[in-house]
Design a protein around this ligand. Sequence first.
Ligand code: TXD
Length: 319
Amino acid sequence: MARKKIALIGAGNIGGTLAHLAAQKELGDIVLFDVAEGLPQGKALDLSQCGPVEGFDAKITGTNDYADIAGADVIIVTAGVARKPGMSRDDLLGINLKVMKSVGEGIAANAPDAFVICITNPLDAMVWALREFSGLPHNKVVGMAGVLDSARFSTFLAWEFGVSIRDVNTFVLGGHGDTMVPVVQYSTVNGIPVPDLIKMGRTTQEKIDAIVQRTRSGGGEIVGLLKTGSAFYAPAASGIAMAEAYLGDQKRILPVAAYVDGQYGVDGLYVGVPAIIGANGVEEVVEIELDEEAKGNLQVSVDAVKELLVACKGIDGTL
Ligand code: TXD
């Protein structure tokens, strides 16, 4: 069977890491696309030379021409600018909306059957705009944020309880911003809900509240430390997990920025929800029962996303 084709639009920090992970996992042949001359070509050549050392067979090429993404099975979009200290994700909207327009047109013209995973920030608005600009079906365009935010939440909980990260399972819903909703009631350690672990005296409500807040500001914490950009290892790993769920028809329930039309009282926008990812892309948005606090927090997050969409429409009248 012919190898799958993975196109990475944006060959920066996350794009290069995506390419390395996809090659190591032999997900398919990889095309790195960027507008910067030489960057995708240089990283593709360097990554190809990892092959003999790491033992992976993957054709890795770099290009500045959208025609080279033709026939891609999966497209992961990181094109745009990243945050610097003092910037919010929303500050990137003006620049990155224009980038999504060019990326959407490139995808529509060359790879309309691909499963598209958007990573560019502000994520919930950019994935919506990319879907609008590309015209692809809503189930074939999804945003990566919840897998990363849940991974951050899981990491902090594993440290708190002193347990393997393998036994921690969490959900973070809502927008990829300060209003995101780490859902404590559905977060477990090997099936034991966190609220029960509080009752068992394994931690305190105050410590869990602090972990929720650290999760919300997890991106900013790394931007402040790096000073030159934002996180890229865990974002890349999270995007690859979503690509694998599609390529392998894994039917995973993952927290992703999916198009929600009716569930959670939301009509017609992208926001972080649990969804089943398989060979048909986003196969189902799973509507879980939320307690009143989580419901209220999710509504705040949805309202924040709606404001971003208004800003997008104010910039580009075609939206
Ligand atoms: O959870 C999440 N979704 C977030 C997303 C997690 C971390 C980072 N998040 C966002 O991803 C971040 O705020 C940025 O908007 C993107 C990409 O982050 P990255 O760290 O990879 O940024 P880089 O290293 O600056 O790479 C961006 C590349 C760079 O090489 C540019 O030349 C290229 O994008 N670029 C373009 N490529 C194609 N087309 C256009 N128009 C273009 N403009 C810039």
